[in-house]
Ligand binder design. Structure first.
Ligand code: C2E
Ligand code: MG
Ligand code: MG
Ligand code: MG
Length: 282
């Protein structure tokens, strides 16, 4: 019976508004249970140093191991969670689990591991993000430098003054802050200078056009220049082909992330980088 409902959710009722509301509520209820039933998990995608190719961190990406639908990507359920305070619970779970994993990697010898976590708008504007972060770091005994929070321009621009305040509190804890999908949101360059952030992540859409036409790389070039002028690190996401890697390296992009290097993987499947001293020793 549950299986049948599951199928209905995806096919028959989608045209009907009332049924859509029911579908949303069902998905929301199932998602709530997913937290309790341990169906959520994090996959991790490497971020590599553009020059050395060495893995210098990972991005945690949420997955839902749904009993009927299988492994679901965040696009299929994060928007549902974002409609209610469920996103706060989910977001806190992600931060906690990412810290637990960071602790494990550090213990395994990856001493400078950095785990980046995506933050939802509601989570950021709730006013409690700093507390959630501090508690998770303390619970797992993880140094703040091992955690990076990925924010978006739009969530900062909702209430820029309150945002600056929260960003300062997070910086005071010592975590790294990045702007995800940079260039796709509503942003103001003036505010960019006021926000105490460390990293710009060039959106995948601007990486994918590199090599396409005379202006295909224009935005990527501009973001790299802007980041370095503001003394920020710059990461390119969605790097899929060698030509993109070579171009971004030549332009001075600091870190690269994308299917060219690895898809997001369960933590056990990740090959940890050799300790930094091993590289120096040859
Ligand atoms: P994002 O933060 O921009 O994450 C990058 C997305 O691009 C991931 O999709 C990743 O699998 C995908 N990707 C990475 N490399 C490539 C590539 O070379 N080519 C292509 N085509 N795609 C690539 P995913 O895992 O489906 O996540 C989608 C979005 O869901 C994320 O975009 C992020 O905004 C959100 N998300 C993921 N995990 C969380 C979470 O824990 N909390 C919140 N609030 N949002 C999350
Ligand atoms: Mg991200
Ligand atoms: Mg992104
Ligand atoms: Mg993106």
């Amino acid at each position: 019976h549950a299986k049948e409902l599951g199928r209905n959710r995806f096919c028959f009722f989608t045209a009907d508004l009332q049924a859509q509301a029911v579908e949303r509520l069902q998905l929301e209820a199932a998602l709530k249970r997913a937290v309790e039933r341990d169906q959520l998990l994090l996959h991790y995608q490497p971020r590599v140093d553009a020059r050395s190719g060495r893995m210098c961190g990972v991005e945690a990406l949420l997955r839902w191991d749904h009993p009927e639908a299988g492994l679901m990507a965040p696009g299929q359920f994060i928007p549902v969670a974002e409609r209610s305070s469920l996103i706060l619970e989910l977001g806190a779970w992600v931060i906690d689990r990412a810290c637990q994993q960071a602790r494990e990697w550090i213990a395994q010898g990856w001493s400078d591991a950095v785990v980046a976590v995506n933050v939802a708008a509601r989570q950021f504007t709730s006013g409690h993000l700093d507390t959630v972060v501090q508690q998770a770091l303390a619970r797992h005994g993880v140094p703040a430098r091992a955690l990076e929070l990925e924010l978006t321009e739009s969530m900062l621009m909702q209430e820029p003054d309150a945002a600056v305040d929260m960003l300062r509190r997070l910086k005071a804890i010592g975590v790294r802050l990045s702007l995800d999908d940079f260039g796709t949101g509503y942003s103001s360059l003036g505010y960019l200078q006021r926000f105490p952030i460390d990293v710009l992540k060039i959106d995948r859409s601007f990486v994918q056009t590199i090599g396409c036409g005379p202006d295909g790389a224009a935005i990527a070039d501009a973001v790299i220049a802007l980041a370095h002028r503001l003394k920020l690190r710059v990461v390119a996401e969605g790097v899929e082909i060698e030509a993109q890697r070579r171009y971004l390296l030549a332009q001075g992009c600091d870190e690269l992330q994308g299917f060219l290097f690895s898809r997001p993987l369960p933590p056990q499947a990740l090959a940890l980088p050799a300790p930094a001293h091993a590289l120096v020793d040859g």
